[in-house]
Design a protein around this ligand. Structure first.
Ligand SMILES: Nc1ncnc2c1ncn2[C@@H]1O[C@H](COP(=O)(O)OP(=O)(O)OP(=O)(O)O)[C@@H](O)[C@H]1O
Ligand code: SF4
Ligand SMILES: [Mg+2]
Length: 394
């Protein structure tokens, strides 16, 4: 029996039962003296019976536009669609509780889902196409980058070769000039091998040439030759670029070792060394290469303090002991702001006898240790070189 039928049966039963005299008497006895009076106030009430227009509007909500759309299938618990519309109006049912309507909605949702799925598939294929294109572009960029690095390397090598040629050429020209001069002086005062002894040779006074000029020229030649050999030695250091042999080292030990090599020099130049060491973790490094870095930096500092001063060496852990910082400061003449950007360029020097390779060698070694170097300087006050290295296990 449909729900509405069952409800009608219950109403009918209750109506019949309450009308029997037995019930009536029992009620009177049970209630006794209870006052059953009730006061009602008038209030406007809508008729529960909906108009045709309301029924049509409710039917329309579930897509029942014509009488043919009213299937009267009873799946909602009401025998007819109109009966269910009436129940909706009375607040006893929901308009959407209609099986054919819900099935239609489901079909619509399924169709929408299908459309979204095919759009998604299309986007996916476009995305994977774009990904392939991106991977291709990435490979092309990498290849171009490699070419650029290669050409930059070549350019740097060309620049280096030109600088070396220049650095070696200058002293060589000097040496050649003095050699020619000495040769012509010799020919003035002596016979050339195989020539008959010249008459003027006999009475010429050779002492000014041999005692004054020659020693002076030879001294100048020696200076130029040692300049050449210093350039070549530094250049070899620079070009070697040997990979550091890494092992767990105490970096402050390496700094101390470098200082020990130059301590005598510090005393001679009246330079006071101050050590402000905080305990730092070990680093993976090449002890000898790092010592060379520190020697270069301490030498530069001492060369900047020609009239004495203070050399301050510091160490401290950084970034939660993940890094080690070393600072080398001096109270020397400082670096002109326009030179700050050129310090690490090979052959940049402001010194008469400098090769300008000390800092570029240091830079190469520090980079190969995964570290960094920075400089801060004030003219007339001094300079500070700050080095940072990754700590072992950091
Ligand atoms: N502590 C410093 N104080 C002032 N100037 C400095 C300092 N360190 C470096 N410089 C400047 O940087 C330049 C380059 O230094 P670098 O060590 O590369 O070469 P150099 O000292 O001139 O020659 P080399 O080290 O080959 O003998 C120096 O000529 C100097 O002008
Ligand atoms: S389920 Fe829908 S079609 Fe079936 S009787 Fe109820 S309202 Fe009408
Ligand atoms: Mg130097």
């Amino acid at each position: 029996m449909p729900l509405s039928g069952r409800r009608d049966s219950v109403i009918e039963y209750l109506t019949n039962e309450s009308d029997t005299p037995a019930t009536d008497t029992a009620l009177r006895e049970a209630v006794g003296a209870v006052r059953l009076r009730r006061v009602f106030t008038d209030r406007r009430q809508e008729s529960l019976e909906p108009s045709e227009a309301v029924i049509r509007e409710i039917l329309l909500r579930v897509n029942k536009h014509t009488p043919e759309d009213e299937f009267n299938c009873g799946a909602c618990g009401y025998e007819t669609c109109r009966e269910k519309a009436r129940a909706v109006h009375q607040g006893l049912a929901e308009a959407e509780m209609c099986l054919p309507y819900l099935v239609g909605q489901l079909e619509k949702m399924q169709a929408d889902l299908q459309t979204s799925l095919s759009k998604l598939a299309q986007s996916y294929s476009e995305l994977s196409h774009a990904h392939d294109e991106l991977a291709g572009a990435h490979r092309a960029i990498e290849a171009a980058q490699q070419q650029l690095i290669q050409s930059e390397k070549l350019a740097a090598m060309g620049q280096l070769a030109a600088s070396v040629a220049h650095e070696i050429n200058n002293p060589m020209t000097g040496i050649l000039t003095y050699t020619r001069l000495m040769k012509s002086m010799l020919s003035e005062i002596c016979a050339q091998p195989g020539e008959p002894p010249q008459e003027k040779c006999a009475d010429v006074d050779r002492s000014p040439v041999l005692n004054d000029k020659f020693p002076k020229f030879l001294g100048l030649m020696e200076r130029e030759i040692s300049r050449c050999s210093s350039t070549v030695r530094h250049l070899l250091d620079f070009a070697k670029q040997s990979e550091p042999r890494l092992q767990l080292i105490d970096i402050v030990g390496s700094l101390e070792n470098a200082l020990a090599l130059l301590e005598h020099q510090m005393v001679l130049q009246d330079i006071k060394v101050e050590k402000l060491y905080e305990k730092v973790p070990g680093i993976m490094g090449d002890f000898t290469q790092l010592r060379q870095v520190f020697v270069n930096l301490i030498l530069n500092a001492s060369q900047a303090m020609t009239t004495g001063g203070r050399l301050i060496l510091e160490s401290r852990p950084l970034a939660d002991r993940q890094q080690v910082e070393i600072r080398i400061s001096d109270t020397g003449h400082g670096i002109a702001p326009e030179n700050l950007g050129k310090l690490f360029v090979p052959f940049f020097t402001t010194k008469k006898k400098g090769t300008g390779l000390g800092l570029s060698v240091a830079y190469g070694i520090i980079s190969r240790h995964g570290g960094s170097i920075e400089v801060a300087s004030a003219v007339g006050k001094g300079s500070t070189f700050t080095l940072r290295f990754p700590a072992h296990g950091g």
